[in-house]
Design a protein around this ligand. Structure first.
Ligand SMILES: Nc1nc2c(ncn2[C@@H]2O[C@H](COP(=O)(O)OP(=O)(O)O)[C@@H](O)[C@H]2O)c(=O)[nH]1
Ligand SMILES: [Mg+2]
Length: 213
């Protein structure tokens, strides 16, 4: 049977409630947009496979499914991520201001080599815009991240944004992958390897919920 993928990465969508994280995910994986998405019906994650430089990259994208409202996102969400989308809503200055808080959580809890990308969603809402494109560009530059304005509604820059982060994560893990390739001529699954190495701490296992094992 043909190999389904060469490598698996976990990506995480972060940002205030209502910025459009769930819609971005549904648009990317299913090419669907539900205008009145009921945020309580949160998906845990969705998967998609991309081919980057001939490598089949399976990405598992985690949505925060309502926890952001109560700031109960556990550090395990961060710890298991290799890439993070920091999402704000261009019609909400507040959601943009909060990016700094999300970024500092990432610095605190995520692995050091995690890759981040800044996303200003709802670019179709031209009349309601509160955050200028230049502000996004400037913030992304300050954090050393790439930046895209997206619209889950019109499909603007959706696949570009997800692909760019996947490419960056792949590049950041390329050395490990090449080493693995030399020794394992089979399915390469970084996530499975991590598990074998026991990276899931007992604290998380005890809690069960919120642990990505
Ligand atoms: N106009 C517009 N509305 C959007 C867009 N993305 C999401 N929304 C709307 O914003 C609201 C919140 O979206 P949701 O994905 O649930 O946000 P989440 O809480 O960050 O997951 C919903 O009413 C969506 O229909 C977009 O790109 N453009
Ligand atoms: Mg949501």
């Amino acid at each position: 049977m043909a190999k389904q993928y060469d490598v698996l990465f976990r990506l995480l969508l972060l940002g205030d409630s209502g910025v459009g994280k769930t819609c971005l995910l549904c648009r990317f994986t299913d090419n669907e947009f539900h205008p009145s998405h009921i945020s309580t019906i949160g998906v845990d994650f969705k998967m998609k496979t991309l081919v980057i430089d001939g490598i089949k990259v399976r990405i598992q994208i985690w949505d925060t499914a309502g926890q952001e409202r109560y700031q109960t996102i556990t550090k395990q969400y961060y710890r298991r991520a290799q890439g993070i989308f920091l999402v704000y809503d261009i019609t909400s200055e507040r959601s943009f201001q909060h990016i700094m808080k999300w970024a500092s959580d990432v610095d605190e809890y995520a692995p050091e080599k995690v890759r981040k990308i800044l996303v200003g969603n709802k670019s179709d809402e031209v009349d309601k815009r509160q955050v200028a494109t230049e502000q996004g560009v400037k913030l992304a530059k300050a954090y050393g991240m790439d930046f895209f304005e997206t619209s889950a509604f019109t499909n603007q820059n959706i696949s570009e944004t997800f692909t760019r982060l996947a490419e960056q994560v792949l590049a950041a893990n390329k050395k490990d992958l090449d080493l693995l390739r030399m020794s394992v001529n089979d399915e390469i699954n970084l996530a499975a390897l991590e598990e074998e190495e026991g990276l899931c701490d007992s604290e998380a296992a005890d809690r069960g919920k919120g642990c990505w094992c």
